[in-house]
Ligand binder design. Structure first.
Ligand code: GDP
Length: 456
């Protein structure tokens, strides 16, 4: 996969949008191709890490495709550690595609998704955790997610894992020495070895704990606002969107009559599905919105079942809840300003959280957010090492490493021979190496990098 010169459009391509488009080349022929299709007037030199000004021109027809800037980054001082050339042209889908085609005509191959980053990994510039952080960074939906990705890119996960692996390798060496040269060495300090193994397992366990936060940061949370007409669902979403913690991007709903908004709650990207859109219907079932509620709730991780504080929990709410039972539900008692105190609610056993709001006067949104975070995240968001948030792949490998280390301890307790200890210790080392990519198969790499966007 790593041979040849690759080319891709590195910027997002949307017709009629984007004032600058970047086409990126990487590989041995990057400069050769660039020199054929790019003309630099005047006294400029084809030097590394310099911006050149000129024209993208078809070498045969002489047709000028664009006036552009060109950036040369010769190996190893580049993203991939290969020769990299970037052509910064005007934006727009047609133009950048013409430049891409021209590069292909002159010998480049269109890059696979993630192939630039794969090359950076294979050439040793970054490890696998850093490569994955790059993908996370591009896909980040909240500032907190981006911050965690940057930390990963800076090696905040790589370093502790490498350290743990190196400690495990030291232990392995110590044990193996006893297998090979038992007579020449003092006996193993058994309590010390056991303490070290246990400490390794504990430290790995601490890192595994960050997986829940990682999942929330990466995938975000889908929340559906349900309830019968007029209880204040739209007002609630409006008040929530107005709160200064929210960044709102209204998107057309993927389901008919469901409006989706993107908010950020406690650093977690939250997609709110609002079913408030429909009300002009005479159909009783439709009025209650049971069918709609079910559809929206099925896509949600959490339901905000909104009720009118004056009316309390009625048969209508019971019917809606019957359709969504099993999905975590918070009851939002809205219009609390209209009652002196919230009447006693006869709630089903599955609902334990009730939040009081008065959406029309922006009251109770903080409480709502706190309740959401308490339910979905518990203590997970404040995991010991806030900068780390591992993904599912890393978690799986780390759990394997932890289990293997515990197995070594069991083997020691059962007084099995030293050879047996090393089997599981090696497995732990291998699993740690999978996280950073020191020990990883091609099929795993394919799986990881195929999820990258094109041009990264
Ligand atoms: P939806 O049909 O559930 O989306 O309800 P709306 O958000 O459209 O609200 C229905 C009516 O209730 C509107 O007239 C709102 O101004 C009013 N309303 C919404 N929230 C509150 C509240 O907290 N207090 C009071 N007094 N009125 C509210």
């Amino acid at each position: 996969m790593q041979t040849g010169t690759i080319v891709a459009i590195a910027t997002a391509v949307v017709p009629q949008q984007g004032s600058v488009g970047i086409v990126r080349l990487s590989g041995d022929d990057a400069m050769k191709i660039a020199r054929q299709i790019f003309v630099i007037p005047g006294h400029q030199q084809w030097e590394s890490h310099r911006i050149l000004y000129g024209y993208v021109r078809h070498p045969v027809s002489g047709e000028t495709i664009d006036e552009a800037l060109l950036l040369v980054m010769l190996a190893p001082r580049s993203y991939t550690r290969e020769d990299v050339v970037e052509i910064h042209s005007h934006g727009g889908i047609i133009l950048v595609q013409q430049i891409l085609q021209l590069c292909v005509e002159y010998g480049a191959k269109v890059a696979e998704p993630g192939e630039f980053t794969l090359r950076a990994f294979l050439n040793g510039r970054i490890d696998l955790t850093q490569a994955e952080s790059i993908s996370d960074l591009v896909g980040a939906l909240s500032p907190a997610a981006a911050q965690t990705a940057i930390a990963g890119l800076q090696g905040k996960l790589r370093q502790p894992i490498e350290q743990l692996r190196s400690q495990a390798l030291d232990l392995l060496a110590e044990i193996e020495a006893r297998i090979d040269f038992e007579e020449d060495l003092p006996p193993l300090d058994l309590p010390d070895v056991k303490a070290k193994l246990a400490a390794l397992a504990t430290e790995i366990g601490q890192i595994v704990k960050t997986a829940d936060r990682g999942k929330l940061l990466r995938s975000g949370l889908k929340v559906a606002i349900l309830g019968r007409p007029n209880v204040g669902k739209s007002s609630l979403l409006n008040a929530w969107s107005r709160s200064d913690r929210a960044i709102v991007t209204p998107l057309p709903g993927t389901t008919r009559d469901v409006v989706e908004s993107q908010l950020i709650v406690g650093g977690i990207p939250v997609q709110v599905l609002d079913t408030a859109g429909i009300r002009d219907t005479t159909d009783v079932v439709e009025q209650i919105g049971v069918a709609r509620s079910r559809a929206a709730a099925q896509a949600a991780d959490l339901v905000l079942l909104t009720i009118d504080a004056q009316a309390g929990w009625t048969q209508v709410e019971a019917e809606i809840y019957a359709q969504i039972e099993g999905i975590t539900t918070i009851v939002v008692a809205n219009k609390i300003d209209l009652v002196p105190t919230l009447p006693k609610l006869d709630l089903p056993a599955g609902i334990i959280t009730v939040v009081q709001t008065a959406a029309a006067i922006d009251l109770g949104i903080d409480r709502l957010e706190a309740a959401i975070l308490a339910i979905v995240a518990g203590g997970k968001l404040n995991a010991a090492n806030i900068e780390i948030a591992i993904n599912q792949r890393q978690a799986a490998a780390l759990i394997r490493a932890q289990t293997a280390l515990q197995q070594v301890l069991t083997t020691i307790d059962h007084q099995l021979p030293l050879d047996f200890w090393t089997i599981d210790l090696r497995e732990a080392i291998r699993a740690l190496g999978e996280v950073t990519g020191e020990e990883v198969t091609e099929s795993v790499l394919d799986r990881i990098f195929s999820r990258f966007c094109i041009g990264k």
